[in-house]
Structure formats: C-alpha cells, structure tokens
Design a protein around this ligand. Sequence first.
Ligand SMILES: C[S@@+](CC[C@H](N)C(=O)[O-])C[C@H]1O[C@@H](n2cnc3c(N)ncnc32)[C@H](O)[C@@H]1O
Ligand code: SF4
Length: 370
Amino acid sequence: MAGIYVHIPFCKQKCRYCDFASFPEKIGLAESYMTCVYREMAMRSEELKDYKFDTLYIGGGTPSVIDESYIAMLVAAAKKYYNLDKNAEITIEMNPGTVSASKIDMYKKVGINRFSVGLQSANDKILADLGRIHTLNQFITCAKLLKGENFSVDIMIGLKGQTLEDISQSIDVAALYGASHISMYALTPEDGTPIYTDYLNGELPDSDEVAEQYAFGVKKLKKLGYERYEVSNFCKKGKESRHNLNYWRRGEYIGFGVSASSHIKNVRFTNTFDLDEYYKCIISNHLPVIDRTEISPDEQKDEFVMLALRTVKGVDTAGFERLFNVPFATEYAAAIEKNKNYLDISEGRVAIKDEYLFVQNTIIIDFLET
Ligand SMILES: C[S@@+](CC[C@H](N)C(=O)[O-])C[C@H]1O[C@@H](n2cnc3c(N)ncnc32)[C@H](O)[C@@H]1O
Ligand code: SF4
C-alpha cells in the first residue's frame, strides 16, 4: 500500500523558525491553487491506476487556513482519481488560530479521521516570540472541538528561554485534552529564517541543553502513556501515524502541490517550490517536477537502513534480506561492530538503543559509509 501527500502552501503568517513552502501573502490565490492541485491529481491517475493507497495526508503550510469546501473537494478528488482504501487514514494539519466548529464538522463529514494540531508551546510568551498566530487558549478551544477524535499535537523544544517546566506544561496540556499522538521536535534553526539570527547570537539553548530537554520530554511522555516509536514521535498504543510509518519503511508515496516530494518505483522526485512556476506547469499540462533521481540498488539499501534506524523498532533484518538478497549482518558488518555498544541486536532486529536515539546521526553515518 502507498501514501498520498498534498501540500497546501498557505498560512496566515510565517512563523519565525519555519522554512516550509508557505506564502501568507498569496493566500488570495488559494482557489486557483486548489484547482491546479485537482488537475495535477488527475494528470497522474492513469500512471498510478494499479496502486492501492491507504493514507492521505493533507499538510502544509496550514491546510486549515483555506475554506473547508476546498478540502472537501480535495478528498473527493483523491477518491475519484485514486484507489483509496475505504479504511484509509486521512490526516489534516491544523493551526489552532484557524480552526472553527464548522470546519471540523466538514472535515469529519468528508472522511478525515486524523488531525494534527500545531501547539509548539503552552507558554503564550514563547508562542508570541515564535510568531505564532494563536494563544494557549485557542489551542484548548481547538482540542475541545476534537474531543474523542484521533488527534496529534506538535510541540517544540530547544526554544529561546524555554525551561523544563514549559516543556512539562506543553506535554501536560496536550495529554489533558486527549491527544492520542504527540510529536516533539527539536528546533532546527534554518539558515534564512528570522530565528537563525537568534542562533547566530547564541540566544538558543546549546546542544547539551536540548539533549537534556529531550530526555526530560521522553520520560514525561512515557509516564503519561505515550510510547516513543520514532525519534520525534510518541503515541498511545496503536496510534502511530500510518502515513509516516510508510516513509520510514521506505514505502512508496505520491505528492501533489508545491514542494511535494514523491517516491515511486525507486525514483524520488520533487515538485517546484515556486508557486508561479507551479501554475504555469499545470495550466500548460506539464508535471511540475524539478528534480528526479533514480535510486541505485546500493542507495536503496542505505535508505532502507537509514530510515529504519530512526524508529524504535529499527531494521527488520529478515525484511532487508528478502528485499536485497544479502544478510544485513554481512552487508553492514563493520558498522555493526563499530557501534555494538550503541545497538540493540536481537533476533530479526537491529535498533539504536533508546538512550542513543537522539544522537542517531553519528551512528547512521557509519552505516552509510560501509
Ligand atoms: C506544517 S507545520 C504544522 C501545521 C501548522 N502549519 C502549524 O504550524 O500549526 C509542521 C510542524 O513542523 C514543526 N516545525 C516547523 N519548522 C520547524 C523547525 N525549523 N524546527 C523544528 N520543527 C519545526 C512544527 O512543530 C510544526 O507544527
Ligand atoms: S503555521 Fe506552520 S507551516 Fe505556517 S509558517 Fe508556521 S510552522 Fe510553518
């Protein structure tokens, strides 16, 4: 089974840390953009007619900022052009400052069954400093509207002036209002974003402080019944994001819209990040792909291992051998030997030990250099 991703590149306002493709000043173009997205979906339907899809992920940007009727048409287009399983996981990302009861009613009516809400912090001062458009109270209103639904909450660590107490409160509030899933992301200060200046000025917590915040968050989440299944993702039993699990298993997916990426038949490709170029391509009946890479058999192995090592379960070694006709222990013998103190090696699995998951990159590099 494969996944479908659709990118909605609009937000009310750009957050100071964000470098995702989103254009607050172009929100007036939402209607024509969505028309192009439906058209792009139609353009690929013949090529993908033999595929079965079991997830649809509507991300951004902020999908909840546009009129809910566009989202309804988007879900209808996905069902019309693709073989979307009747029990598919259908997720929408939402910013608490853009949500209303009527929007959520419409989402549920059209079959959206998973919601991902960006809280980031329960501290209003930190939210304002990040350039977020909402307060803690607006998050609470949103979470109350989602009562009983399967919803995830994004929180961030590594923020300027953030204390362990702040992180504790962010987790508490997500748990109290019934989140089934929590993503805890360490801030990446991206070059070119306003927050990068804070980083250059030494105003952000250093890596030791962030590691301490992360360890604190993991412990707290565990206490509240959220099990870690990937370095930044935690959930109640059985509530993993199916869509993201497919990424980490190196599954296939098709992406639509500006900046969306895809992985089909061992080819990775990415759409243009430029909204005007996207329109021009679609209107002239061309796919908006700017970058296309065929993944060689050696690269496929490395991708499989690199993605799996991000997860708590790690590499399924029998699965590796089935796919690539070579035992995992033979192919990666040197990296396994070098990192044996950091790895949990059991029958059928090789995983990074819990306490080293946050610093996985140095370990993963050894596997890629084998
Ligand atoms: C597309 S946004 C989620 C939906 C909505 N746009 C919002 O922000 O509420 C995806 C998530 O990525 C995380 N994120 C974005 N930029 C980040 C960065 N530079 N470092 C770490 N996490 C980041 C945030 O937690 C954010 O909620
Ligand atoms: S609302 Fe979400 S996508 Fe938009 S700028 Fe903020 S973090 Fe980025």
